[in-house]
Design a protein around this ligand. Structure first.
Ligand code: CA
Length: 612
């Protein structure tokens, strides 16, 4: 058997992690031989459960043979593909679309939905009138309850059985038997593929006739089939002639873009001139001419030199050379990137639960609930310990030479005894800014504030003498964010996880979830946290100074996995942005907010822990 033959047998007949449907009704199931179904009825393409999460894809073809409706359900979130639009939970969305459970992106000439819960993707190709090719990929064990046209686990289902069991109830629709009629394009094509398809030639020839019957003039319907066979054969001889023979033209690209049969799925653009290699799978794609990037800041499909790219900040576009200034620094747009002056404002390291902002302004999320070194200098150390339940801090411990302060349960304890009013020791002065904010000045060159309730939060002032000797979760303080992930060993890590864990002192109580495990909380979070973005909302005046993206994501994560009430978690999330704004002198009047919960948040920040 030739190599190509083996590949074909594998792709078309045996197990694969991909199930496809294309043309006017060809289905290539996960296991077993491909088959044809002509119907305008709705069908389950695939449906299964994993870890009690339900996954399903249902499809319906129109009279034009193309898929006119596709419903994808992942853990109760419904995504509908119709008329070229992507509709998530009844709202039309633009791409790229990021949701806690799924990401939808342009992927070469295709569109791809990727689940973040499972290695499960759905990829499709839009054409005029519908979708002419769609495939689902599941890179894990097939589940035992799997059903649909794509087949069942371990079973190469019989065609009739699969069609009967997958059809969804609809009185008006019809499933027809294939009509046996010759087609000269199919005949010519399969005369040339004999050497590659061998025994399967007649099977595919039949599929070709089934697929093209009634759609002899619809390139959108018959081309995906020829392309599929040609690409599986992958013989240069076939690649040369098949388009000419079948009159299937290469896909056309809009604007300045050029079609490439195998190119990067994600092309360089002004906002992302260097897409991460991780994403650089090769696929059919539309690319810019050499040395140009896609101008995603302008309408249309234009390619420009990277140096001509404009910059974006807080939803506004700035031309090359334009300057934006805030109270603390000024930044110039330089070929799509901002070049900023040093931040002159007094900065702090902020630890709000699992969310950390370093002295130099890098923001990340802690991976586990451990005891950590928040920050340490030559003769002082601040550690934080997470609660076993929930995602808040249980206590903060501050070692100053031989003195030990403990902050927990809304109390301040020095050398084992609770202190309740102004207190002075050899190394520190402790005083109350309000019933819940404590300010500490030390002789060791470090000053900080602690919020004691409703949950413990830590704000450490940038040390007076900026130097590299400070270490821990807060990083050093040299106005350079690139070295903030310096691990305990001195190595600069690429990601937050190994860096943060290098500063763990043990006593861990499990992982901090990075995705949402509660659907209701998530919907509430998406709706309520959106107030941060609103262009005319109460946070708008801070938008030119601090982008909301990080705080919005954090707000959602906070609510999703909160151990407390959703409303309280929301207040903490909104107050977090308000506090950051406050640090730059932009005061958000939460008391005047339109919602009652704002009043609660207001009390969180009514004391400005500022020493500047
Ligand atoms: Ca740094």
């Amino acid at each position: 058997m030739t190599t190509q033959r083996w590949i074909l047998v594998f792709i078309f007949s045996l197990a694969s992690d991909t199930c496809r449907t294309f043309g006017s009704g060809i289905v290539q199931p996960f296991k077993g031989e491909s088959y044809y179904v002509r119907s305008d009825c709705p069908f389950t393409l695939t449906s299964f459960t994993v870890n009690r999460g339900e996954y399903s894809v249902t499809i319906r073809r129109g009279r034009n043979g193309l898929l006119v409706q596709v419903e994808i359900i992942i853990n109760k979130v419904m995504t509908l593909l119709q008329n070229g639009h992507v509709v998530v939970q009844n709202k039309s969305v633009s791409l790229p679309y990021d949701h806690t459970y799924q990401h939808i992106v342009k992927y070469g000439i295709y569109t791809k939905l990727r689940s973040s819960l499972l290695p499960f993707t759905v990829t499709w190709h839009n054409v005029d009138g519908g979708i002419n090719s769609l495939w689902v990929t599941l890179e894990s064990e097939l589940s035992t309850d799997m059903c649909g046209l794509c087949g069942k686990q371990n079973l190469a289902g019989h065609r009739h059985e699969l069609i009967r069991d997958s059809q969804l109830h609809d009185l008006r629709c019809k499933t027809r038997d294939p009509v046996l009629q010759k087609n000269h394009v199919c005949s010519q094509f399969f005369r040339k593929t004999k050497s590659c398809l061998q025994d399967n030639n007649s099977h595919f020839h039949q599929l070709c006739r089934d697929n093209i019957f009634g759609f002899e003039n619809s390139h959108e319907v018959f081309c995906p089939f020829f392309q599929e066979v040609a690409s599986q054969c992958n013989q240069s001889r076939i690649n040369r002639f098949w388009r000419r023979l079948t009159r299937c033209e290469k896909p056309s690209c809009p604007g300045d873009l050029i079609y490439e049969k195998k190119g990067p799925a994600f092309i360089p653009s002004c906002s992302n001139p260097d897409p991460a290699p991780f994403y650089q799978e090769l696929t059919e794609t539309c690319v810019c001419p050499r040395d140009k990037v896609f101008n995603n800041h302008a309408i249309g499909h234009h390619c420009i030199p990277e140096s001509s790219c404009s910059c974006e900040f807080a939803g506004k576009s700035y031309g090359n050379g334009e300057i934006r200034s805030s109270k603390c620094q000024s930044c110039t747009c330089h070929g799509g990137k901002w070049r900023c002056s040093e931040n002159l404002c007094h900065r702090k390291c902020v630890i709000e639960g699992q969310f950390v902002t370093t002295f130099d302004g890098k923001q990340y999320v802690l991976p586990r609930k451990c005891l950590y070194v928040a920050s340490k200098g030559p003769n002082w150390m601040i550690t934080i310990q997470f609660n076993q339940k929930g995602l808040s801090l249980r206590k903060v411990m501050v070692h100053l030479s031989k003195e030990l302060f403990v902050f927990k349960n809304s109390k301040v304890v020095f050398e084992g005894r609770e202190i309740m009013e102004f207190h002075q020791t050899d190394h520190a002065q402790v005083y109350w800014l309000s019933s819940m904010f404590v300010q500490v000045h030390t002789t060791c060159g470090i000053h900080f504030q602690i919020q004691l309730s409703p949950e413990i939060q830590l704000f450490i002032d940038t040390p007076d003498k900026s130097n590299d000797k400070i270490k821990g979760l807060c990083g050093n303080s040299n106005s350079d964010t690139t070295d903030d992930f310096t691990a305990n060993s001195g190595i600069i890590e690429n990601s937050a996880q190994p860096f943060a864990l290098s500063w763990s002192l043990g006593h861990c109580h499990g992982n901090i979830p990075s995705n949402c495990t509660n659907r209701e909380n998530e919907n509430y979070a998406h709706e309520k946290c959106a107030v941060l973005h609103q262009p005319t909302g109460m946070f708008a005046k801070c938008h030119p100074h601090i982008p909301t993206d990080y705080y919005y994501t954090a707000c959602i994560q906070r609510i999703c996995n909160t151990g407390r009430s959703r409303r309280e978690a929301l207040c903490i999330g909104l107050a977090s942005y308000a506090k950051a704004c406050d640090g730059l002198g932009v005061v958000i009047e939460l008391h005047n907010g339109p919602h009652a919960y704002m009043v609660a948040s207001a009390s969180f920040i009514s004391i400005r822990p500022s020493t500047s």
